[in-house]
Ligand binder design. Structure first.
Ligand SMILES: Nc1ncnc2c1ncn2[C@@H]1O[C@H](COP(=O)(O)OP(=O)(O)OP(=O)(O)O)[C@@H](O)[C@H]1O
Ligand SMILES: O=P(O)(O)OC[C@H]1O[C@H](OP(=O)(O)OP(=O)(O)O)[C@H](O)[C@@H]1O
Ligand SMILES: [Mg+2]
Length: 282
């Protein structure tokens, strides 16, 4: 049975459960459940604190886990990223009252408050800057107002939390994060159960980012039309009963679907339809 770690709380928890559900896995019904077995898919899910997931996976007791890239790096655990999942996207940045600092080099002798001590200490060392780091569990934006630190390093998504605290980011982003699937460093990459799990999640990612496009066009326009909708491998082209016309079917990126429909129409394609993809194996 494949043993999978899933975040039990926070920003990662809801979207992770939703993605697993879309991938056909049973998920817990109550937010207090700490583990469930999905006997049909031969998978056991362990609902753990997002911060602890890399440690469990690195121990080898769980096969794979869903966590944030920033949490993996912060943990320093012996686990590696095997699939980015595209949700819980954020940037990890320094911030302070305007005029405090312009870059990491200005942090010498200052105190930085953060919940991600591993990332911050590593970044300061790599930059050759000697600064103190204070660990706080959360709400770090308040640390400056209350005099615990001059600078914070935290997850930024919309920037609302920083603005509300009268703070501004400075310097280069320390890292970009999103939800990822991890496994123990050097674990068997060909393990069929793990591969099947990854293919299912990849199927959800594709179904979320692509739509299926169908249209009819004249044979003379086919080359131009196919250039607009090259598909993943190559589009399917079928003859129509009306001679001189063909039907074309190809997957296209959902974000570009409307523009592609306009361009197809402009070259004479008609009966252009897009439909959602519910699941897929590439
Ligand atoms: N506002 C946000 N937008 C996007 N991702 C976020 C946001 N806040 C945290 N994350 C991401 O969520 C992960 C942290 O998960 P965790 O559950 O520990 O914190 P949280 O979502 O802030 O929840 P809480 O602090 O309430 O426990 C990290 O990968 C982080 O990048
Ligand atoms: O840029 P924003 O869209 O404002 O999002 C970033 C904020 O979200 C997270 O906080 P959370 O609400 O999880 O509280 P916490 O600090 O207690 O973790 C993070 O720590 C930032 O404070
Ligand atoms: Mg938080």
């Amino acid at each position: 049975m494949l043993r999978i770690a899933v975040p039990n709380k926070g920003s990662l928890s809801g979207p992770a459960a939703e993605m697993l559900h879309e991938a056909g896995y049973q998920q817990r019904r109550e937010s207090k459940e700490l583990r469930i077995v999905d006997p049909v898919n031969e998978v056991e899910f362990f609902y753990l604190r997002p911060r602890d997931i890399a440690i469990y996976v690195a121990s080898g007791r769980l096969d794979v886990g869903i966590t944030g890239r920033d949490l993996l790096i912060d943990s320093g655990a012996d686990a590696e990223e095997i699939l980015p999942l595209g949700f819980a996207r954020s940037t990890f940045r320094f911030a302070a009252k305007p005029g405090t600092a312009n870059g990491v080099e200005d942090l010498k002798g200052k105190t930085v408050a953060t919940s991600y001590e591993g990332i911050v200490a590593g970044h300061l060392t790599d930059s050759g800057v000697d600064a103190s780091v204070v660990h706080l569990d959360g709400a770090v934006e308040t640390a400056i107002e209350l005099g615990v630190a001059e600078v914070i390093a935290d997850v930024v998504e919309t920037g609302t939390s920083l603005r509300n605290a009268g703070l501004e980011v400075f310097g280069e982003p320390i890292m970009k994060s999103e939800a990822i699937v991890i496994r123990r460093t050097g674990a068997d990459g060909e393990e069929p159960k793990v591969q099947q799990f990854l293919r299912r999640l990849q199927g959800v990612l594709v179904a979320r980012t692509y739509v299926m496009m169908d249209y009819d066009c004249r044979v003379e326009q086919l080359e131009k039309a196919v250039a607009l909708t090259p598909g993943l491998e190559s589009p399917t082209v079928s003859p129509l009963h009306n001679e001189g016309w063909v039907a074309v079917r190809a997957m296209v990126p959902a974000k570009e679907a409307q523009r592609i429909m306009d361009d197809l129409y402009a070259i004479g394609a008609r009966a252009i339809l897009t439909t959602a993809i519910h699941a897929c194996r590439l």
